[in-house]
Design a protein around this ligand. Structure first.
Ligand code: GSH
Length: 227
């Protein structure tokens, strides 16, 4: 069976990596079974065989693939007869870079402390040290005043909201990797924080509800908060 190294919190069932969620949704989309192995930030040696230090890492027989984009491409090539992730859609790459350079940074400034609070004691030390160095301030300072900053995030989401008013999914009439990329970010937030980011009448909220229900409620049934 395919094995996926998947980021976990202190509760090993709290699986919150946005990149791993892209792949878990993609595997379900393709009807592929997977054994999701819990992995912590400080367990670098466990994935050293992949030649890098980040998850997701996918092991399929004698093949090891890391990086969510490479994994998605691998799944399309290796399993061409199962439903397509629609990687050839022109918008996918734009959504990948928009998510990684605009959406993730926007969310992390609101949720950094919640990520920390979800981790094992050992991971907390690593996370605080590495992220405080990165941001040049404490985790508490990063998230300070987040309620007042929430409208900035909502403004940044306007193009997404307008798109989803006009079409069912980002990939068109049915979901594709484009949806899994963006959804991964919202699922990450939902798995570690009860801070509410979306309003119920927003088209993004409605789309996220649909995504939570896909593949027998894979994401909706995951350990997280009802926000
Ligand atoms: N470009 C990679 C990014 C993967 C990534 O950043 N994963 C995070 C978890 S969300 C990680 O493993 N971080 C390890 C660390 O910060 O030490 C992908 O698309 O898979």
């Amino acid at each position: 069976m395919i094995k996926l190294y998947d980021l976990a919190g202190a509760d090993e069932n709290r699986r919150f990596s946005p990149y791993c969620w892209r792949i878990r949704m993609s595997l379900a989309h393709k009807g592929l079974e997977v054994d999701c192995v819990p992995w912590r930030f400080t367990e670098k040696e466990k994935i050293a065989f992949s030649g890098q230090e980040r998850v997701p890492v996918l092991v399929d027989g004698d093949k090891t693939v890391s990086d969510s984009w490479n994994i998605a491409k691998y799944l399309e090539t290796q399993y061409p007869d199962s439903p397509s992730l629609k990687l050839e859609n022109g918008e996918v790459l734009f959504l990948k870079f928009w998510t990684e350079t605009v959406l993730h940074p926007g969310l992390i400034k609101l949720l950094l402390l919640d990520v920390h609070n979800s981790l094992t004691e050992k991971d907390k030390i690593y996370f605080r040290e590495s992220r405080e160095k990165l941001f040049g301030k404490t985790l508490e300072e990063v998230v300070n005043g987040r309620e007042e900053r929430l409208p900035n995030l909502q403004k940044l989401l306007t193009p997404l909201s307008l798109t989803l008013k006009q079409q069912e999914f980002l990939a068109g009439e049915s979901p594709g990797f484009s949806d899994y990329i963006v959804f991964g970010a919202f699922q990450w937030a939902r798995c570690i924080s009860d801070f509410s980011l979306l309003q119920a009448d927003d088209s993004i909220y409605e789309w996220r509800e649909k995504m939570l229900g896909l593949h027998d409620g894979l994401a909706g049934n995951a350990v997280g908060y009802s926000v």
